[in-house]
Design a protein around this ligand. Structure first.
Ligand SMILES: O=C(O)C(=O)C[C@H](O)[C@H](O)COP(=O)(O)O
Length: 213
């Protein structure tokens, strides 16, 4: 059994997890509604802005069908606060002793990040079978992940970082890719302009992505 087994149904709900940077808490609910309407229920709200935690709280309370998650989780305190805010999952760009110890204390499942074979082995040793591959494109992209997966077939990945509508299908074609993450679904200008129709369209296109043949 995987240490973070509870992330599996969330990450398999759609092929893409949108990664959001929310500057104004007022945009959180309509943005999340547009993403859910477009077919993307798992939503990563990065803890990079002062509004992020309130945004998670608002989406958890008000958006039916959404699985809000906390992204950029770097500390025990953030993990604790995210769980209290109603986050259904938490994402970390890496996997330190501090964050892995903290994950053992809380119920919210953690998706920790890796970029090397040693890091992936370490997570396997901690009982994790699902992790983030970050930063995906910059670390070596699809070919790198394919090579990493060959000796480590027990671990599945959510590649994030530089993933786009164009390159997502090649990641989704790898047997060890569970979903991909990316910010392209919620462009900064569209969020600032409140163009929820545009975001719903981008979400729909992302939700219909299939593995490349
Ligand atoms: O802060 C975190 O924990 C993250 O989740 C980092 C994000 O995965 C990337 O910033 C998304 O990358 P882009 O799709 O290339 O914009």
């Amino acid at each position: 059994m995987s240490r973070n087994e509870a992330v599996e149904p969330i990450l398999t709900a759609a092929p893409v997890v949108p990664v959001l940077i929310i500057e104004d808490v007022k945009s959180a609910v309509p943005l999340a509604r547009a993403l859910v309407a477009g077919g993307l229920p798992a939503i990563e709200i990065t803890l990079r802005t002062p509004a992020a935690m309130d945004a998670i709280r608002a989406v958890a309370a008000e958006v039916e069908g959404a699985f809000p998650g906390a992204g950029t989780v770097l500390s025990r305190a953030q993990l604790s606060e995210a769980e209290k805010a109603g986050a259904k999952f938490a994402v970390s760009p890496g996997a330190t002793d501090h964050i892995l110890d903290a994950a053992n204390e809380f119920n919210v499942p953690l998706l920790p990040g890796i970029a090397t074979a040693s890091e992936a082995m370490r997570l396997l040793e901690h009982g994790y079978r699902i992790c983030k591959f970050f930063p995906a494109e910059q670390a070596g992209g699809v070919n790198y992940l394919k090579a990493l997966s060959s000796p480590l077939p027990a671990i599945r990945f959510c590649p994030t970082g530089g993933v786009s509508l164009q390159n997502a299908p090649t990641y989704l074609a790898l047997p060890n890719v569970i979903c991909v993450g990316g910010s392209w679904v919620a462009p900064k200008e569209a969020v600032a302009a409140g163009d929820w129709g545009r975001i719903e369209e981008l979400a729909r296109a992302a939700s219909q992505l299939r593995a490349a043949k």
